[in-house]
Design a binder for this molecule. Structure first.
Ligand SMILES: Nc1ncnc2c1ncn2[C@@H]1O[C@H](COP(=O)(O)OP(=O)(O)O)[C@@H](O)[C@H]1O
Ligand SMILES: [Mg+2]
Length: 281
C-alpha cells in the first residue's frame, strides 16, 4: 500500500515571495524508511507539514496538487484521525513541548490523555517510552528545564507513545551527541521492524545511508534526485544539488576517478570492508 503520496504539489506561504515547493511528486510505500535530504531552505520541513495536514490548515497559503495518506486525501481526514495516523516531531524541540505539563512523564502522556485513554493504559505506555528513550533520570523533571538534547528525546517519546503508523521525524538528532544519535537510529530500525512508515529529515548522511531505504533530495523546493538509497547516495551529482554523500561513497568515487572501476560503489563502512576483503582473495 502507498502510505504517502504527493502529486504535483506546489505551495506558497502567505507571505512567501515565491513558491516554497514547486511541482513535487513522490510516493512512499508502507513500511519504508524515507530520507528527506537537501540544503537549508530546500523545502524539507514544508513537505513534512503538508503530509501532516498542518499546511494548509494552519499556515494557510496556496496549495495545489494532490496529497494523500493511506490512499485518502489529507484534506478529507478530520484532525483527530490524521494525528492518530501521522506522528510528527518538530525540527525545533523547544516548540514541541506542550507548556501545560510540569513533568516529563505527563508531557509524554499528554496526547494519550487527549485521546481519552484510561489512566492505567496511559501509565503503561508512558513507562514503555521512558524505557525506550532512556528517560528514567528526567521523568519527574519539568520539560521546560531540560537541555535541547533531552527535549528532543522527550519529543520523540511523545510522538511514538500514540503508536502512529507513519512517523515523521524532522531533524530528530540535531541536538544530540553521537551516542544518543545512534540510539535514535536504532529506534528507527525498531520502528521499521514493526512495519511503520518513516519520513526522516536528517543531515547525518552516513547514518542515513545505513538506515534508510530511499532518499529524496530537495533543492529550492523541487525534487532534484530520488530513488533507492544506494542509487542516490553513490551518485556524485548529489553534491551539485546541495546534498552530501556518505564518507565511504565519497572515498570510492574519488578512488574510481583515479584508478578506474569499482562497481557498485560501497555505501557503508561495512560494505567497504567487504569490498577490501573480497579483493584480497
Ligand atoms: N512560515 C513561512 N513563511 C514564509 N516562508 C517560509 C516559511 N517557512 C519556510 N519558508 C520558506 O520556504 C522555503 C522552504 O523552507 P523549509 O521547508 O523550512 O526548508 P528546510 O526545512 O529544507 O530547511 C524556504 O525558502 C523558507 O524561507
Ligand atoms: Mg527544516
Amino acid at each position: 500500500m502507498v502510505a504517502i503520496s504527493l502529486e504535483h504539489v506546489t505551495y506558497r506561504y502567505p507571505l512567501g515571495t515565491g513558491d516554497a515547493l514547486d511541482d513535487i511528486s513522490f510516493h512512499i510505500g508502507q513500511g519504508e524508511v524515507y530520507a528527506l535530504i537537501g540544503g537549508n531552505g530546500s523545502g524539507k520541513t514544508t513537505v513534512c507539514n503538508i503530509i501532516r495536514g498542518f499546511i494548509p490548515q494552519f499556515y494557510k497559503g496556496t496549495l495545489t496538487g494532490s496529497v494523500m495518506v493511506n490512499d485518502k486525501p489529507v484534506s478529507e481526514y478530520d484532525d483527530a484521525e490524521l494525528t492518530q495516523i501521522v506522528g510528527y516531531s518538530f525540527q525545533n524541540p523547544f516548540t514541541q513541548m506542550s507548556g501545560v505539563k510540569d513533568n516529563v512523564r505527563e508531557e509524554i502522556g499528554y496526547a494519550l490523555e487527549n485521546l481519552g485513554l484510561p489512566r492505567e493504559d496511559i501509565g503503561r505506555r508512558v513507562d514503555a517510552m521512558i524505557e525506550l528513550l532512556d528517560l528514567q533520570e528526567m521523568a519527574d523533571q519539568n520539560p521546560l528545564e531540560l537541555s535541547g538534547g533531552q527535549r528532543q528525546r522527550v519529543a520523540i517519546a511523545a510522538v511514538l507513545v500514540t503508536d502512529p503508523q507513519i512517523v515523521i521525524l524532522d531533524e530528530p538528532t540535531s541536538q544530540l551527541d553521537p551516542q544518543s544519535t545512534e540510539d535514535i537510529f536504532n529506534i528507527i530500525k525498531l520502528l521499521k521492524n514493526q512495519g511503520k512508515t518513516i519520513v526522516l529529515v536528517e543531515h547525518k548522511i552516513d547514518l542515513v545511508a545505513e538506515y534508510c531505504d530511499y532518499a529524496l533530495l530537495l533543492e529550492e523546493g523541487r525534487v532534484a534526485m530520488g530513488g533507492p538509497i544506494r542509487d542516490v547516495l553513490t551518485d556524485p551529482k548529489v553534491m551539485d544539488h546541495g546534498g552530501q554523500l556518505p564518507q565511504v561513497a565519497r572515498f570510492f568515487i574519488d578512488r574510481n576517478t583515479k584508478l578506474g572501476l569499482c562497481d557498485p560503489i560501497p555505501l557503508t563502512v561495512q560494505e567497504a570492508v567487504e569490498f577490501k576483503t573480497g579483493r584480497g582473495n
